[in-house]
Design a protein around this ligand. Structure first.
Ligand code: AHG
Ligand code: MN
Ligand code: MN
Length: 296
């Protein structure tokens, strides 16, 4: 058995970076415990003008407090906070996070997650510069899917709250699952062609409304998760810094790809921490297919 701490040590990851990853991952225990008493809405909206549920604000405040207290973090940027908060310019690493992804599903008890990314230096860097990317999935088992730039590993939390390595060197197979956000009536023609092609080839539709949960299926079974540009929302819904980049980094590390339909989202230098991007992420063949359709 290999714990996440042993994995990080064996991977030669710098101590502060390892500590930050472990610290955030450990927060799965209090976050899970908080679900039962935080079922409603928070009564506020975030920078993306979305209604915040109680767990959005709870997990955001909780993780931010833990990171601030650690003394290890330079700055934090969160989907649920308007601005980047700098704790200490002498610290090396900055954290970006979607503290609770898929939060509209809490009320119906479906899988949700926490997404994180860590940069050396400041926050507004292209995703390809990530030093670590991960997500926690609050499923029947709590899992941590992690990359420190040496492939992807999945850990499962045991009864003692310790993450044990479940699968190393995860590779996305060339499968046929697909899930797409946005109403079909609002899709643009190129996206409709892409999805229709997949359906014609016998693709299986899997879409829950939680990026983390839906991507995790794609990671294991192969296929594509998409949140396309739609009529009136030409940059889609998902956030480049908090969602597309950490998940895209993991996909690439697993031999897959990520794209906005034209090229990799990991190359984009963010100008605004809350900026949106269309997202296509999953098996390499799927991403090649949408890029081919968009290039014509
Ligand atoms: P969040 O809960 O962090 O706001 O993210 C929701 C995102 C993502 O998790 C999911 O794939 C997508 O929004 C679902 O959107 P639709 O409800 O439009 O399908
Ligand atoms: Mn999200
Ligand atoms: Mn969220």
């Amino acid at each position: 058995m290999t714990t996440v701490q042993e994995y990080l040590k064996n991977s030669g990851v710098y101590e502060d970076l390892s500590k930050i990853i472990s610290l955030v991952a450990e927060q799965a225990v209090p976050i899970r415990a908080a679900f039962i008493s935080n079922q409603g809405y928070a009564g506020s909206v975030n920078a993306s003008e979305e209604q915040q549920v109680a767990m959005d604000t709870w997990s955001d405040a909780h993780i931010t407090r833990v990171l601030a207290k650690s003394g290890l973090v330079r700055a934090v940027a969160s989907e649920e906070q308007d601005d980047i908060t700098t704790f200490s310019t002498s610290a090396r690493y900055s954290v970006v996070m979607d503290p609770l992804d898929g939060s509209s599903l809490i009320a119906v008890n479906l899988c949700v997650g926490t997404i994180g990314g860590i940069y050396d230096g400041d926050v507004l860097q292209p995703g390809k510069n990530l030093k670590a990317a991960f997500y926690i999935l609050y499923g029947p088992v709590t899992t941590l899917t992690l990359s420190v730039g040496r492939g992807v590993a999945i850990f499962a939390m045991d009864a003692d709250g310790v993450y044990q390595l479940q699968q190393d060197n995860v590779q996305i197979p060339e499968g046929n699952l697909y899930g797409s956000g946005g109403l079909r009536t609002e899709w643009l023609p190129k996206h409709t062609i892409f999805i229709t092609d997949i359906e014609t080839a016998g693709g299986k539709n899997r879409y829950s409304g939680s990026f983390v949960a839906d991507f995790h299926q794609v990671l294991k079974y192969g296929g594509v998760y998409a949140y396309p540009p739609t009529k009136g929302l030409e940059n889609g819904k998902l956030r480049l810094v908090f969602e597309a980049n950490p998940i895209g980094f993991l996909a690439v590390q697993a031999g897959g790809a990520v794209s906005n339909g034209i090229s990799s989202t990991l190359a984009i230098v963010p100008s605004n921490v809350h900026q949106k991007t269309p997202v296509y992420v999953g098996s390499r063949g799927m991403i090649e297919a949408i890029e081919k359709i968009c290039s014509t």
